[in-house]
Design a protein around this ligand. Structure first.
Ligand SMILES: [Fe+2]
Length: 405
């Protein structure tokens, strides 16, 4: 297939996947907003459509379906104009879910017509933006899952949003890899991959001291032992901010998780079920991940340690489901690195420069990908980021240890 056909196929597949994910959700489900940090499914479907309409079609002279939609579906682009308050997206009963479906179909037709028929130089210019729009929609596919779980968790019947969603896979193995470290390179050089976010580059050198890193994620069983040992009540295990949040929130278990006798019960897209002790522990804030690592006699890896170790693995980020090592496809893994620009980082030009750079403050980097991440979206250099108290995402941890040189 030539590049044009590949891009078109990728566009179609991504847009179709969003609709497949949302199909089991009724218009009422799609309207729910559990909290300010989460958005309704309908809003995600509209916002990803607005992205293509605004950043790809608009500059090509294609007029939007409804100019008033910008106010509703712009997320955070100051350069594009004013926005409806994020916390009140659940109040947007219009356009209806059906109208959003029609809008998506219209934009898909316009996009496919443009990509199929534009001159080669135009295609060259549009390709990076279309790839960004595709990666952006994939990110929102994960958010559709995390956000509908947040909403369904508040319903007394605990309805399953997606009854067929596969449960987490237990990882019964143990083991760690020891790495010498030294001067290593991390990050992506511009043009090195068909697509990478601007925050993944430039490639640069980092000095790593000798370290060991676990070949699986911390498990539900390990977390239960920590909780039973009074982990949540032991100040010496916690960062100062973490202890304050644990006390203020009364946390005793990860998000959507509770102990029932010896069992650990968790609510996910597939509904409520008992977790296998060897399943990855998820729904953890950075604070809990750090305390749990400390209790286990270890620490969180830095993002450079994570990337160096993951790049040496044979794991294929694109495969569906977690692989040996659980680098991808099980849970996002908190690192000890705060989200900061790499040396030489420059945000992309134009409004899309607001995509990553302006969020490089007060957040921690997470690496890998989760069972909610769509296939084809992960890679060793990928930098996810959330504020430390966040736990409504599918977040867990991997242990690391210092080795003496
Ligand atoms: Fe977005």
């Amino acid at each position: 297939m030539d590049e044009r056909s590949v891009l078109l196929a990728r566009y179609r597949a991504t847009r179709a996947h969003t609709e497949r994910l949302s199909a089991p959700l009724s218009p009422e489900d799609q309207q729910l907003q559990a909290m300010a940090d989460a958005s309704p499914t309908k809003w995600h479907r509209g916002h990803t459509t607005w992205f293509f309409e605004t950043f790809v079609l608009g500059p090509q002279g294609v007029s939007p379906l409804d100019e008033r939609y910008g106010l509703l579906f712009n997320s955070y682009y100051e350069a594009v104009g004013p926005r409806h308050a994020r916390a009140h997206r659940g109040m947007l009963s219009r356009p209806t879910a059906q109208q959003v479906t029609a809008w998506r179909a219209r934009v898909d037709e316009q996009m496919q017509q443009l990509l199929a028929s534009c001159e080669e130089p135009v295609l060259q210019r549009l390709t990076p933006l279309v790839r960004l729009g595709i990666a952006h929609e994939e990110q929102h596919q994960e958010l559709i899952l995390t956000d509908i779980v947040a909403a369904m968790a508040l319903h007394p019947h605990k309805p399953a949003a997606l009854p067929d969603f596969p449960p987490d896979v237990p990882a019964p193995w143990k083991g760690r890899r020891e790495l010498e470290g030294g001067l290593v390179s991390i990050g992506v050089q511009p043009g090195e991959l068909p697509f990478a976010f601007d925050n993944e580059g430039p490639r640069h050198s980092v000095w790593l001291h000798p370290y060991a890193i676990s070949e699986r994620l911390v498990t539900v069983g390990e977390w239960a032992a920590f909780a039973e040992d009074g982990g949540y009540q032991t100040p010496s295990l916690w960062l100062s901010d973490g202890l304050a949040v644990v006390r203020a929130q009364g946390w005793e278990a990860p998000a959507y998780t509770r102990r029932e006798g010896r069992a650990v019960v968790h609510f996910g897209p597939e509904g409520e079920r008992e977790l296998h002790p060897d399943a990855p522990c998820t729904g953890l804030s950075f604070y809990e991940a750090d305390a749990l690592a400390t209790w286990l006699g270890a620490r969180l890896p830095t993002e450079a340690e994570w990337e160096h170790a993951a790049s040496a693995e044979r794991d294929e980020p694109d495969r569906i489901g977690p692989s040996m090592g659980q680098w991808y496809g099980a849970a996002w893994q908190w690192t000890r690195s705060s989200y900061a620009p790499y040396p030489g980082f420059r945000p992309a030009a134009g409004a899309v420069g607001e995509y990553n750079g302006k969020f490089m403050i007060d957040q921690q980097v997470l690496r890998g990908s989760s069972s909610y991440t769509p296939p084809g979206h992960s890679r060793p250099t990928y930098r996810n980021f959330w504020p430390s108290p966040t736990r409504f995402q599918k977040t867990g941890l991997r242990l690391a240890w210092d080795l003496s040189p």
